[in-house]
Structure formats: C-alpha cells, structure tokens
Write a protein that binds this ligand. Structure first.
Ligand code: ATP
Ligand code: MN
Ligand code: MN
Length: 301
C-alpha cells in the first residue's frame, strides 16, 4: 500500500472562508486565550494536524461558554455546522444510520471552532475504510498520584513489547495526564479483530505485571497502577487527535513526540496553544519525520 507523506503541506497559512464571531470571548480564562486565539491556533497547525485528523469521523468537545463551563461531547449533527463540516452516514449497532462529522481542511476546523468546539476526537479509521482501522491506540491512564516517570516507563515498555511482535509504535502526549501509544495500521483487519488484538495484548501485559498494569475499567483495581485503556480500539470509540487543544487548565495540546524526546519530557501537558510555531517546527523536524507512519498489519497473537 502507498504510505502517505505527513509533512507535504506547504507552510503558507491557508485562506479561511468561515467567520469566527465573538473572537474576544475568553475560552481559557486563566490563560487569557480567546475564541479568536483558539481559531488562529487551529489554522496555524492545520497543515500538520489534518493528516491525522482529517477525513475520519470526529466527536467534538464543545464548550460554547468556555472551558470550565458546561461542555458536551457531540458525535452527530444534521447540518448546523455549515458546508465545511462534512457528514458520513454510519450504521449503528441497532441497525439505524446516523450522520457522523468529519473535516478535511482548515475551514472545517474553524467551522467547528465557531460552534464552540475546543477538542477534536477521532475514530481509528478513515471515512474511506470505516470498517478497517488505520490506527490502534493504547491510552495509558495513570492512577491519581502516579508521576509522569511511571507513565513514560509504561509507554516505553509498550513500545518494546509491540516491537517484539513486529509493530512500530509512536508516542503522543495527551495534553492531560497520560501518553497515547499509537500503532499505525494498513487498513485491512476489521474492528472486531483489532479490538480483540488490543484486548489480548493489554491483558497479557497486566497478567505479566499486575502490580504495574491493569487492563480493566474497574477503578478499584487501578490503585497505583496504569490503566491500559485498549477500549479506544472498538468501532465508534475515539481518541484525542494530535495537536488538539484540551479543555483543561493552561490550554495544553496533544503533542506527538519521538521516543528519544520522551525520555526528557516530564509532563503530558508540555505544549500549549501558545506554542503553535514551535509545534509546527517540531512537526517538520528530523525527530518527528515519519511520526505515525508504518505500513504494517497485526501479527497473530
Ligand atoms: P488523559 O491523558 O488525561 O487521560 P485523554 O485524552 O487520554 O487524556 P481519557 O479520559 O483517558 O482522556 O479519555 C480517552 C479518550 O476517551 C478521549 O480522548 C476521548 O476520545 C474518549 N472520551 C473521553 N470522554 C468521553 C465521553 N464523555 N464520551 C465519549 N468519549 C469520551
Ligand atoms: Mn487517557
Ligand atoms: Mn482513557
């Protein structure tokens, strides 16, 4: 299969055809980040973000009155976002069909911003191959009180275990507390097989090191452990997408990092919406060249 090139977009800012109203509204009051600032951030990073975020169903975290006020998670829409936010009909478990949202350009991102969106979360498959995931995500969720060094070590161990079975993986700071270990896939296996793989891989790790890892949702079992949230890998589930701003204090963003860089990073919210220029430069750097790309299929487990 042909491996797309992530960094082919030119550096010129895209022309935007969507008007952002109330640009002065404070979305991150504690950081002085307005709706206009946030829209500008997404326009700036759109070239490096869209290869990961474009052309896949997204769920939006909308906080029309700003972070900390009422926010809601939105999966479907009948068209109120305008022409730049596209819809793809998807069959639900109960047999009905719902229109999911996707964007494919900076106008689409801005149209979502105009509607009060802060975060974009994506399916693990693209609209072209909805039933065949093109990425698997292990979302490492540390129990409260665990330091980032523990998360980092867990991510590195996942990477090594994945490499042992022939899978290349990449690290992303969530912008919150944890790290996501991303495994690109050539779209081939369907959702049930990918989910089953993620489940069995995660359970094997927690069985081997129960004092470090837990692979079940149960909060009670998480004490001082890292929850390997493999449930991101079922049809309809989402994970936060690279370069997304998080609706958390300080306006942090989800940021791809190389495995070498991760060793020197001490928190998952290392970069924020004020760092657009640095994030773009990083995205085009040697350290991140090829981040998120590998032409590979799941091995037998
Ligand atoms: P952190 O590192 O702080 O855990 P995170 O983005 O990984 O940040 P999680 O709470 O672990 O946050 O959530 C993992 C993913 O589950 C999210 O990225 C999101 O896509 C999905 N998710 C979270 N909350 C909801 C929700 N209310 N409805 C649907 N999906 C959700
Ligand atoms: Mn998480
Ligand atoms: Mn989680």
């Amino acid at each position: 299969a042909e491996v797309p090139v992530a960094v082919a977009e030119p550096d010129v800012a895209p022309e935007i055809h969507v008007t952002v109203s109330s640009r002065e509204r404070l979305i991150f009051p504690e950081s002085d980040v307005t709706k206009g600032d946030l829209a500008d951030y997404y326009v700036q990073v759109s070239g490096v973000m869209l290869p990961w975020a474009g052309n896949r169903p997204v769920s939006l975290v909308r906080c029309p009155q700003g972070r900390g006020k009422a926010c809601f998670f939105q999966k479907h829409d009948a068209g109120s976002f305008g022409d730049h936010v596209h819809q793809v009909p998807i069959r639900e478990k109960d047999g009905s069909t719902e229109n999911y949202l996707y964007v494919d350009d900076a106008d689409g991102l801005v149209a979502c911003l105009q509607m009060g969106t802060i975060e974009f979360h994506g399916w693990g498959s693209s609209v072209a191959t909805l039933e065949q995931p093109d990425r698997m995500v292990f979302d490492l969720d540390p129990d409260e009180g665990l330091g980032f060094d523990v998360v980092r070590k867990a991510a590195e161990d996942l990477k090594d275990h994945l490499a042992d079975i022939g899978l290349t993986s990449f690290a992303m700071l969530s912008g919150g507390k944890g790290v996501h270990v991303v495994v690109p896939l050539t779209p081939q296996a369907e959702w049930p097989a990918v989910k089953d793989f993620a489940d069995r891989f995660s359970r094997a790790l927690s069985a081997a090191e129960p004092e470090r890892f837990v692979a079940t949702m149960s909060k009670a079992k998480r004490k001082d452990r890292i929850f390997i949230d493999w449930l991101r890998n079922q049809r309809g589930a989402t994970a936060v997408l690279p370069y997304v701003a998080r609706a958390r204090a300080g306006a942090p963003v989800a940021a791809p990092v190389s495995w070498a860089e991760l060793r020197d990073i001490d928190r998952a919210n290392r970069w924020g919406v004020r760092d657009a220029a640095e994030l773009i430069e990083r995205a085009r750097s040697r350290a991140l060249a090829g981040w998120g790309f590998a032409d590979q299929v799941l091995p037998d487990l």
